[in-house]
Design a binder for this molecule. Structure first.
Ligand SMILES: [Zn+2]
Length: 341
């Protein structure tokens, strides 16, 4: 029996956890974002996701003792072992064949295909179909059942073409420089920030990035993704004529910007929402997203041709929209136990 439980994704037939937020004996990690990647005893991932996890896990491990005296009493972290699989190099587990293939979300991000005698199943993890400068091209495979994210599963989310968004970002940064203002782009440290570096630096703009962004940018470069020259932020040497890329979590702007003319922008698909700029406290927002927009979600289903679509991470009303189109769709509730085939 191939069944799936919803609170923490678990495939019974393979004794396999998927993107679990709790530490497990053996878990597949689709990509390096912290809402998917945790330290497990054995992490199954692509080599590039493993690289990102190593960089992130070691950063946390080094930081822990500095947080408080209590932290020094904690047991040392168990070593994480990585079971690495390249895209489209299947392996067998019992009666099943497993394959990782590109999700196009961030560097190394994968989808998981499980094939058995009774049918095939794909877990998409976070994905996008739009091509980007710093991520492996995405792929869609035909399957019987797909479990997909639907972050932007509502018709108002139609992202403009990426080259158009990139052009607007560059124009904003140039206008800031001409006005003697520092342009600050808020972007997630993993994925969005490196894409912003490729777009802005590729247009010849000088770049300064936050330390966490630099750490992950080095992983990209090690993995063979070329990035333009940049400086790691240092208050003492900061060049105010450069464009600053900063994580959205670090709300406070760096010291070197105090007393300067600063203009801010956020990079997120939610920029399409009215009032998004207020939510992020920025002057501008650019719809540069690492997720599929509404048309791309439908396009994915059309290409994968599943007989059943299971949804998670996103809008429940997408289920009703799919059913109206004659597609068998179900939202994966936290405590659901689904028997697939
Ligand atoms: Zn993600």
């Amino acid at each position: 029996m191939f069944s799936l439980s919803g609170s923490s994704l678990y495939v019974e037939a393979l004794d396999l956890w998927i993107d679990s937020m709790k530490t497990r004996e053996r878990c597949y990690v689709s990509h390096g974002h912290s809402d998917h990647a945790r330290e497990h005893r054995v992490v199954i991932a692509t080599p590039n996701t493993a690289r990102i996890c190593r960089a992130r896990f070691s950063r946390r491990a080094v930081r822990a003792p500095q947080l408080s005296l209590l932290a020094t009493r904690e047991r040392p972290r168990a070593e994480v072992a990585f079971e690495e699989h390249e895209f489209n190099e299947p392996w067998s587990e019992g009666e099943h064949r497993l394959t990782l293939f590109s999700a196009g979300h961030v560097l190394g991000s994968s989808q998981l295909l499980i094939e058995g005698e009774r049918g095939s199943f794909v877990y998409t993890g976070d994905f996008k179909l739009a091509s980007s400068l710093t991520v492996e091209p995405p792929e869609v495979k035909r399957c019987d059942v797909v479990l997909m994210e639907c972050t932007y599963g509502s018709p108002q989310y139609v992202f403009p073409p990426r080259n158009e968004v990139a052009g607007e970002m560059v124009a904003f940064a140039r206008a800031c420089l001409e006005q003697d203002a520092v342009a600050v782009f808020f972007a997630y440290s993993l994925g969005k920030a490196q894409e912003a570096m490729a777009i802005l630096g590729g247009a010849g703009l000088p770049l300064t990035v936050h330390g966490a962004i630099d750490t992950l940018a080095r992983v990209y470069v090690d993995a063979g993704i070329p990035l333009p020259p940049y400086a790691r932020y240092d208050a003492a040497t900061f060049d105010p004529a450069s464009v600053l890329i900063w994580p959205p979590g670090g709300k406070a702007l760096p010291k070197a910007l105090r007393g300067r003319n600063v203009r801010t922008a956020v990079l997120t698909g939610w920029s399409l929402d009215r009032g998004a700029f207020f939510r992020y406290g920025t002057e501008r927002g650019f719809a540069l997203s690492d997720h599929a927009d509404y048309p791309a979600l439908l396009q994915y289903i059309e290409r994968a041709q599943p007989r059943k679509v299971i949804l998670n991470h996103g809008r429940r009303d997408f289920t009703h929209r799919l059913r109206a189109l004659g597609i068998d769709a179900e939202y994966l509730e936290a405590h659901a136990q689904l028997s697939l085939f």
